[in-house]
Design a protein around this ligand. Structure first.
Ligand code: FMN
Length: 182
């Protein structure tokens, strides 16, 4: 559906997930948004510790500017049209807190993508200021942010961003595999 092909056949929802940036700027209702967090909730984790926590800000609410102001100017240029900004945290308890939380984020991304929404992960924001501005306890690690929104035509983006609005490829399977020791 998005022009990608895999070396071996896999479930279409995996190949079809990608990270566009063009969004309409519409609000999303809780009945549209909450199923994405519900999907995250069902991710597997070591000892079922479920170390993930999602702080979110919906557009046109008092929380929005606090989240939006953490982002780099590049990320602000396209997330201005997002419906919801999310900060992903993991509770620093087990060795696998980040690993488990990564599983939860991708579960959210698959669910959102399957529902036709934009779900785009972001590292481009001020991690230290996030801790301070959002009163995050020291027992939690800031992992990443996510922009969620309703898809818009790519032509609504600036020319620079339009050039990036293409599903990316991957390194060959053999580059990430090694039978036996490293
Ligand atoms: C943790 C994480 C951080 C990312 N940070 C940014 C970011 O700050 N800005 C951005 O435009 N894209 C960001 N991306 C999107 C990645 O560049 C994108 O997922 C990657 O190129 C693979 O493309 P795909 O998601 O379309 O398959 C991030 C993705 C992840 C998972």
């Amino acid at each position: 559906m998005n022009g990608r092909s895999s070396e071996y056949p896999i479930q279409p929802y995996i190949l079809n997930r990608w990270s566009p940036r063009a969004m309409t700027g519409e609000e999303m209702t809780d009945s549209e948004l909450m199923p994405l967090f519900e999907a995250a909730r069902w991710a597997p984790s070591s000892y079922n510790a479920q170390p993930w926590k999602f702080l979110y800000a919906k557009r046109n609410t008092v929380h929005w500017n606090i989240f939006f102001n953490l982002l780099t100017s590049f990320n602000q240029s396209w997330t201005a049209k997002a419906s919801c900004l999310v900060i992903v945290l993991s509770k620093i308890d087990r060795k696998t807190h980040s690993y488990d939380t990564g599983a939860a984020w991708v579960s959210l991304a698959f669910e959102g993508n399957a529902r036709g929404y934009v779900v785009h992960g972001m590292e481009g924001f001020d991690y230290d200021r996030a801790k301070k501005d959002l009163k995050i306890p020291a027992t939690y690690q800031v992992e990443a942010m996510i922009a969620i929104g309703k898809k818009a035509p790519k032509e609504t983006l600036s020319k620079d961003l339009q050039a990036k609005e293409i599903p990316s490829s991957r390194v060959p399977l053999q580059a990430i595999l090694q039978e036996g020791s490293f």
